[in-house]
Design a protein around this ligand. Sequence first.
Ligand SMILES: O=C(O)c1ccc[n+]([C@@H]2O[C@H](COP(=O)([O-])O)[C@@H](O)[C@H]2O)c1
Ligand SMILES: Cc1cc2nc[nH]c2cc1C
Length: 344
Amino acid sequence: MRLPLAAPIHDLALAEQLSRAINNKTKPIGSLGALESLALQLGLIQKTVDVRISCPAILVFAADHGVVAEGVSAYPQSVTWQMVENFLAGGAAINVFARQNGCALHIVDAGVNHEFSARDGLVDRKVAFGTENFAKAPAMTAVQCEAAISHGIALVDGLDGNVIGFGEMGIGNTTAAAALMHKLTGIPVADCVGAGTGLAAEGIAHKRSVIEAAVARHDGVREPLDILATFGGFEIAMMAGAMLRAAERRMVILVDGFIVTSALLVAARLQPSILDYCVFSHCSNERGHQRMLAQLDARPLLNLDLRLGEGTGCALALPLLASAANFLREMATFDSAQVSQQGE
Ligand SMILES: O=C(O)c1ccc[n+]([C@@H]2O[C@H](COP(=O)([O-])O)[C@@H](O)[C@H]2O)c1
Ligand SMILES: Cc1cc2nc[nH]c2cc1C
């Protein structure tokens, strides 16, 4: 399988041109804070000072996880397909926020343990009816893992816009994400596990022991793609593939919470330059997300104690991304508005 290549966005001359454009706007230097760094990043990604957000889309990747058989989630597996139906009916939080912000929403069945009837709005890329239980066997075969990555790549080729937001739905996927985090960063499992959909302390301790035992069982696994196949999920692998292709196409990658960031961890091990294209929408309340973000040197835009997933952080951060592009394109300069500069 040929993996997409992400070119670094570094360009000193353009960075200077962008900084000059940002500093010439009618505001004290630096006063738009994180929006200024965002505008600079957008300019470097799009290779222009004329930055714009066009046709943003959020993709929600849904899949099931065999490891739920170990009792690692507060909710039953059936919630995955039931929430997919809710997405298709327009009633979930992500539907509300995407509608509110004029963002297209695509629901992808990456591997839900349910037979859906075909219909508009559901993108069928089912690799299998859920992964294997990684407490007992690798979650997926290498072939399944490659299939999921390839589907992710192809899905991005079908998009017209220049911003892609990542969301997911999958009961049990915080267990997969925590295992990936541990394997890819070396951070102790205890610091990677959290409440997920709402486990109490006892449940979190059990989840930790399930992951620790599985990590010991699959001891020799070292390479990022092997780690992904052993502990990941179909939605996580599909997101990793889609992220890699999005960066190759110089799209902005909007990152949601703990699970989406775990897919990015995998992708960044394969292609470190992918991080140049990422905008981190928020810091999730899931324990572990803060440290995961720190591993990636990421500064999230929002801190709202969200822990929902679905791409909700992306939808909420989208207006900030638009504000960054719009201030750079539309604000008057000191010259054009005849406003005196510092010390003039
Ligand atoms: O995005 C997050 O940071 C996040 C944190 C905790 C839970 N979730 C969502 O909750 C589900 C996984 O939780 P769990 O407890 O079943 O592993 C899955 O559908 C995720 O979208 C999402
Ligand atoms: C109801 C519900 C909605 C979700 N959305 C994302 N993960 C979820 C988990 C549950 C349990």
